[in-house]
Design a binder for this molecule. Sequence first.
Ligand SMILES: Cc1cc2nc3c(=O)[nH]c(=O)nc-3n(C[C@H](O)[C@H](O)[C@H](O)COP(=O)(O)OP(=O)(O)OC[C@H]3O[C@@H](n4cnc5c(N)ncnc54)[C@H](O)[C@@H]3O)c2cc1C
Length: 319
Amino acid sequence: MKIKQRVILAGAGHANIAALRLLSKNLPDAEFVLVNDGEKAWYTGALPALIRGDIPPEQAYIDAGRLAKTCGARFIDAKFLGFDSNWARLSEGEPVHFDFLAISTGASLDGGVKPIGEFLRRLERWAQMPRPDIAILGGGAAAIELALALRIRLSKKARITIMASGTILDGAPKPVRQAVFKHLNAAKIPVLPKMPLMMDEVLRAYTPEPVLRVRETLQLESQENVFATGDCALFPTKLPRSGAIAVRQGRTLAANLRRALAGQPLRPFSPPRHTLAILSLTASTATAWYGNHSWTGRLAMALKTNRDSAWLTVGEPPS
Ligand SMILES: Cc1cc2nc3c(=O)[nH]c(=O)nc-3n(C[C@H](O)[C@H](O)[C@H](O)COP(=O)(O)OP(=O)(O)OC[C@H]3O[C@@H](n4cnc5c(N)ncnc54)[C@H](O)[C@@H]3O)c2cc1C
């Protein structure tokens, strides 16, 4: 009997989820194994709505076990610890042999929002404090969304400050930055270049530099049967760290895994010139931009809600 090749997808990051969904439409003759550190693959795009209390936790994650089953893969609930040659080390059980490995474990840093389960417990603690004093470090979309969502969740009792060393939302069109500053001012969230003294809590809302160097084909520089995508992968050219880019990489990953299994040459990932970014400002308003085009209002929020719920629907293909 011919032994099937085994593909391990380590981490239910955006790219691995997108790749698995695409591959499942015509699953190659191989064994697919999804490894995630828990059944809940939290979706950061829905985190602001969860913080605001607009959605329950069940609407902010993908059930990784169910996703694997729906897509014809095996699920292992364990932490991926690394690999030696063609063996993946997991927190549970013996090392698992692979023919191909795709790592999509994201990036986390101490005091950040990931793992999201831990951040939600921290949020509960803030909600119990009489007057929490929170500094959010970072000047990107995540820092702004988190600050505005925390203002709604913690009401006026909290002191919330954004601390950013450079320009806020660098590269976003002017109307987007104007809309953001208008909402930050109304929510009494100052943006400071330096951390104020005496903060109770610091929330890091930026992505650390990835450590896994990849080629244009998303294969590791150091081992060609191992792929890495999303926030844990350092691509040869500078890429924004976003779920949108990771989902695009998922398409290339799916195609390249299919080709690698068939012994065919791989294709490079071509980063898009622009991706659509949508930043929620309130429960009903968002600001969206694509290159130099932007719009702010309820329609942008409706689009975000629609896209988020499509992504979170287990059987849904990536948009
Ligand atoms: C508040 C906020 C809002 C954001 N909103 C958007 C948005 O609207 N649009 C957008 O494009 N980007 C958004 N981003 C950025 C986006 O979240 C990240 O760039 C995106 O999550 C890419 O991460 P990833 O797919 O690489 O991994 P992740 O989404 O972090 O997924 C990694 C997965 O791997 C699992 N995992 C981690 N370590 C291990 C391990 N050792 N073993 C096994 N499993 C493991 C995790 O549990 C998780 O399921 C937002 C970020 C934040 C903080």
